[in-house]
Design a protein around this ligand. Structure first.
Ligand code: FMN
Length: 449
């Protein structure tokens, strides 16, 4: 019976285990997570979302407080048109994050970065250019363009020395979107090295409307493959969204996919950036707890747990420090929603229902975005005596995808200290239920470990 490990993803002269861990912003797909996947021979993504904030958090820079100080006179106004980004700081924040990850990189895999067009930061082109150039300068292996059609993104870096050597891919949800992107590369003789086809069951923002249930990944993958064949293009197609077991992945690989991209399974990994408490919330979730709504001010629907605190918040827009999705006019859809929220009997603004302040709530990790299969995470690990679940290592999850057959989910081996009652430890070795599966070594590549 075939397993994921029987296949390989070829990108240029490199071969990888065909599992991509998808980008999860903001710093949910940490460098530690991407590095653990890379160490096992797959491709891990870090996220470029809110690079200056992430640099401040990880490396002690002060980009955000400097910006907040500079624009504090606008804090009580909803006119944020004067709140401008310093693109040198944007470059530096992104560079610091990517450079540290690339310096820590070990093993046969690769580390890519997920780069979202929707992070417009008051000047969509300049911010994207600064971020992309920083990623190239910092030595990233590959750039996955996401959250947008990226019609002008290749033009922003066509003059860069690594333009033809770095791997570039795009996330699309239709053959039509891919067609538009391909056309944009014609001028520069640059085709994508891979195409991630993200279906309606994915986490994060969706490339579908609220009628997402009408679509299915298999059909879209087939349409994209047919289109590429028609164009005589040999570009690996990488399905994403709802691939929960190794057998789900094998089904796509047998149909000619180059790899699969997965994310939700990794949200409970020890190396994942979500706080431990949030990982337990994901693990306890049920199918009826999930919602796809339009609370994201980006304009894209997003899947999340209904108990996300971001859906009951009245936080004041703080674009002086944040402002990652301000448009050219200094506007964000949250501004208007916040402005119109009624004042309650206590004299306080009531919860803003239609939109959330996405920068603030992603920074706080309290928008619980997830793939549709989040409620199945509890089947992938062990419940501890105190009621919490054991958090597996990224290597365990990766190797479960890699070696599983028959939709089996290998349970991680829980260390004695957790099994006997103290469930605070996040540490532990992992093994697979079948002798043929290799024990997945705990990654020793954690930054700072
Ligand atoms: C918590 C979470 C955050 C995500 N954030 C992003 C993101 O910042 N950018 C992006 O392009 N995709 C994002 N995604 C989508 C994933 O990269 C991936 O393509 C998708 O979730 C795969 O489906 P699966 O979660 O069912 O495995 C996110 C997914 C999750 C679960």
């Amino acid at each position: 019976m075939p397993r994921v490990d029987d296949f390989r993803l070829k990108l240029g002269s490199q071969e990888y285990v065909p599992i991509m861990q998808g980008g999860m912003g903001v710093d949910i797909s940490t460098a530690e997570l991407a590095l653990a996947v890379c160490a096992e021979g797959g491709i891990g993504h870090i996220s470029d979302a809110m690079g200056p904030y992430v640099s401040d958090k990880l490396f002690g820079t002060r980009f955000q407080s400097a910006k907040q100080k500079q624009f504090r006179q606008h804090a009580n106004s909803l006119d944020k048109s004067e709140v401008q980004w310093d693109y040198e700081r944007t470059y530096q924040g992104t560079f610091n994050h990517v450079k540290a990850a690339m310096e820590a990189k070990r093993g046969p895999g690769a580390v890519f970065v997920n780069t979202m067009e929707k992070l417009t930061m008051g000047n969509p082109q300049e911010t994207l250019r600064a971020r992309l150039v920083a990623q190239l300068d910092a030595g990233i292996d590959g750039i996955t363009l996401s959250a947008g059609l990226h019609k002008g993104s290749l033009a922003l870096i066509a003059d860069q020395p690594r333009f033809h050597d770095v791997k570039i891919g795009i996330i699309v949800s239709s053959a039509r979107a891919l067609k538009i992107f391909l056309r944009s590369g014609d001028k520069f003789d640059r085709k994508p090295d891979y195409v991630v086809v993200e279906g309606p069951l994915a986490g994060g923002h969706l490339g579908f409307g609220l009628d997402w249930e009408k679509y299915d990944l298999k059909t879209i993958v087939r349409e994209v493959m047919d289109f590429l064949k028609q164009e005589q293009l040999d570009i690996p197609v990488i399905p994403a969204g709802g691939v929960f077991t190794g057998s789900d992945a094998v089904a796509f690989l047998e149909q000619g996919a180059g790899a699969v991209q997965v994310a939700t399974r990794f949200t409970i990994a020890q190396e994942c950036g979500l706080p431990k408490l949030v990982k337990q919330i994901y693990l306890r979730s049920n199918e009826e707890d999930i919602v796809v709504n339009t609370s994201s001010p980006t304009g894209y629907p997003m899947r999340m747990l209904k108990n996300s605190p971001s859906l009951r918040s009245n936080v004041k827009p703080n674009c002086e420090a944040l402002g990652y999705i301000l448009d050219r006019q200094g506007k964000c859809a949250y501004h208007e929603a916040w402005d119109q929220a009624p004042i309650g009997p206590d004299g306080k603004k009531q919860a803003v229902e239609s939109k959330m302040c996405i920068c603030y709530h992603f920074m706080k990790y309290d928008c619980y975005t997830c793939g549709h299969n989040v409620y199945r995470l509890k089947d992938t690990t062990v419940r501890l005596p105190g009621g919490d679940y054991h958090l597996p290592s990224a290597a365990h999850i990766f190797n479960d995808y890699r070696y599983s057959i028959d939709h089996e989910l290998a349970q991680p081996v829980v260390p004695e200290v957790e099994r006997t009652g103290s469930n605070s430890a996040e540490n532990g070795s992992t093994a697979h239920s079948k002798g043929e599966r290799q024990a997945a070594p705990h990654s020793s590549l954690l930054i700072g470990a």
